[in-house]
Design a protein around this ligand. Structure first.
Ligand SMILES: Nc1ncnc2c1ncn2[C@@H]1O[C@H](COP(=O)(O)OP(=O)(O)OP(=O)(O)O)[C@@H](O)[C@H]1O
Ligand SMILES: [Mg+2]
Length: 591
């Protein structure tokens, strides 16, 4: 190599999306590079002596040996500031014009587009006076970002000093809004490396529920705010419908939706459908409080791998403002597959099923970014990042490495069952295998806010469903007709519960969201029916004499009740239950 060549980093080898660069002894891991005449973006993934190997995010077709390479001195960063809400970004943060993306008209390689619109001016209202000592996370002021969300402009983490100037006014993201005494300028936006968790003051316990509005989740498998849940499910079991229902109805202020390289047409669907979802809270567009990070499978694998980090960094940023953020990844399997592909190109030693041996470790570090925290800085505020991770295990087999790695680090499992989906029992969450490690910690909240006997109702529901499983086995052997009335009654009650309590139609607007009061009432009523009918049957009444149809009808009326009409429907259902059992409907459940 001649001395002139060594002065300047250049390409010495290209294999697929891997580019090897020399000389590059000063490179660091995950440093961003720009390679070739077109300046294609990539990330350093290996350093050996003088040589750095970079993973290129863009199509490397046409790249030639000897073309220049630039080490940027920076790792992949997220641009964090007003204008993220409503944005659709690719895995490295470039805004995707939705239409172009859907029509397959991708960005040209090498095009650098900032995530935030550099030309848009924002009305900034300062909240601090010059002279104040500030440090990372302090709220400098606010911007009305979208109708529902006030954007709190934060002092970037790790910055501190005396505020020398700060002004209210109209600013673009590239214009200083003030400065520190040491002349460090302050802006509406700042940058943060996506692979590094953003700092916070301290973690808070995960004892408040992330209310989903989905009965089976809220009643049986609640996730805490700041918790995480894995949602593995084979093809067509309802992962995407769950993620979208949660995006609309769950108790989150901000939604980050990460579509990490599902099949191309599916991402097109997300891009097409998501922006059209309306926000049940405001009547406006759900995009006003959402950010989409999407990659289609025709994007290079490295961009797919980075997209999950970009998404979670944006989520942490809104958490730091004091918001409850929900991150939906659909699906994490595509991320793991990207990791596998990158590993194999680097000829790393493969682990189980070809996934890199560090899959579990990466996954754990990633899931750790979920949490409920007190944010750094003043004024004091808490925020939460709740993580809902859809997983697509090949063949629906949960013993595969990605599902298993996720289960080692999440606090909850909503296991989607193809048999349930097949019988159109939706959400197809299998109540036998799903679990939540947050249920105990969240129980006091439910008992305080919804009903004193919330936990008791929940436990009875589990007991009833367990008993049903056993009875079904027996029924399969001896036939339901030869079973005792009490057991047959239980099967009837369980059928009601499956249909009306656990089942929920995402496409019926009276049913898609179930407020906690309704979820509780339905479960409690079904149990009341089982209990009272059981007493009647034990005292000699024939099961055939009970008017089950009337009970079903009454519970259905509760299921579809409007919030205002709920109490009345519940009272009617109580009467209908008493009546169907043949008791007088006067009095509240008297003997
Ligand atoms: N809660 C629900 N209510 C009514 N129908 C549902 C519900 N959940 C799922 N479905 C039905 O199941 C179909 C498949 O759901 P969905 O697309 O979410 O599955 P998926 O697991 O994301 O599939 P894929 O593996 O293809 O990504 C939906 O189109 C819908 O018909
Ligand atoms: Mg899907």
């Amino acid at each position: 190599m001649t001395p002139t060549q060594t002065d300047r980093a250049h390409l010495v080898r290209i294999t697929g999306s891997l580019a090897e660069i020399e000389p590059a002894s000063a490179a660091f891991l995950y440093e961003l590079v720009r390679v070739g005449e077109r300046g294609l973006l990539g990330e350093v993934v290996r350093i050996e002596g003088e040589r750095a190997t970079a993973q290129i995010y863009e199509d490397t077709t046409g790249l030639r040996l000897g073309e220049p390479a630039e080490l940027t001195g920076e790792s992949l960063v997220a641009e964090l500031g007003p204008g993220l809400l409503g944005a659709v970004l690719d895995g490295v943060g470039r805004p995707l014009p939705r239409v172009a993306e859907v029509s397959g008209d991708l960005l040209q390689p090498g095009v650098h587009l900032p995530s935030l619109d550099p030309d848009r001016a924002w009305k900034f209202e300062a909240r601090l006076q010059p002279g104040t000592e500030v440090s990372g996370g302090d709220v400098l002021g606010v911007v009305a970002e979208t109708p529902g969300i006030e954007h709190r402009v934060l002092v970037p983490p790790e910055l501190a000093g005396r505020l020398a100037a700060l002004e209210s006014g109209s600013f673009k993201v590239g214009e200083p809004i003030g400065r520190l005494a040491d002349d460090t300028p302050l802006y509406l936006a700042h940058r943060w490396p996506v692979r590094r968790p953003r700092p916070y003051a301290r973690r808070l316990p995960t004892d408040l529920p992330f209310v989903t509005g989905q009965r089976i989740m809220d009643l049986l498998f609640p996730v805490a705010e700041g918790g995480s849940v894995a949602v593995p499910g084979g093809f067509g079991t309802g992962k995407t419908v769950i993620e979208q229902s949660l995006a609309k109805y769950a108790s989150a202020d901000v939604i980050v939706y990460i579509g990490c390289g599902e099949r191309g047409n599916e991402m097109a669907e997300v891009l097409d459908e998501f922006p059209r979802l309306d926000d049940p809270r405001t009547g406006g567009s759900l995009m006003d409080r959402s950010i989409l990070v999407v990659n289609t499978s025709n994007m290079p694998v490295a961009a797919r791998e980075s997209s999950v980090y970009l998404g979670i960094t944006i989520a942490e940023y809104y958490r730091d403002m004091g918001y409850r953020v929900a991150v939906m990844a659909d699906s994490l399997s595509r991320w793991a597959e990207a990791l596998r592909e990158l590993g194999s190109r680097l000829q790393e030693m493969p682990g189980e099923e070809g996934y890199p041996t560090y899959l579990g470790n990466r996954m754990a570090k990633y899931f750790e970014r979920a949490g409920r925290v007190t944010a750094a800085g003043t004024p004091e505020r808490s925020g939460a990042l709740t993580f809902i991770a859809a997983i697509s295990p090949p063949g629906g087999d949960f013993s595969e490495p990605v599902t298993q790695a996720a289960l080692r680090v999440t606090g909850g499992l909503w296991a989607l069952d193809p048999a349930l989906a097949h019988s159109r029992q939706f959400p197809a969450v299998d109540w036998q295998t799903s679990y939540s490690l947050y249920a105990d910690a969240c129980a006091p909240w439910f008992e305080r806010e919804v009903a004193e006997d919330w936990e008791a109702v929940r436990n009875r529901l589990f007991a009833l469903l367990d008993r049903e499983r056993d009875l079904r086995e027996i029924a399969g052997l001896i036939g339901a007709e030869s079973m005792q009335d009490e057991d047959r009654l239980l099967l009837e009650a369980a059928a009601l519960i499956r249909e009306l309590v656990l089942g929920q139609n995402a496409f019926d607007e009276r049913d898609a969201l179930s407020p906690l009061a309704k979820s509780y009432a339905l479960a409690a009523l079904a149990e009341e029916f089982h209990e009272q009918a059981g007493a009647a049957v034990r005292s000699g009444r024939a099961l055939e004499d009970l008017d089950l149809g009337a009970v079903r009808q009454a519970l259905n009326a509760v299921r579809y009740a409007s919030p205002e009409g709920l109490d009345e429907r519940v009272a009617e259902a109580r009467k209908a239950i008493a009546h169907s059992i043949g008791k007088n409907s006067v009095g509240e459940g008297g003997a």
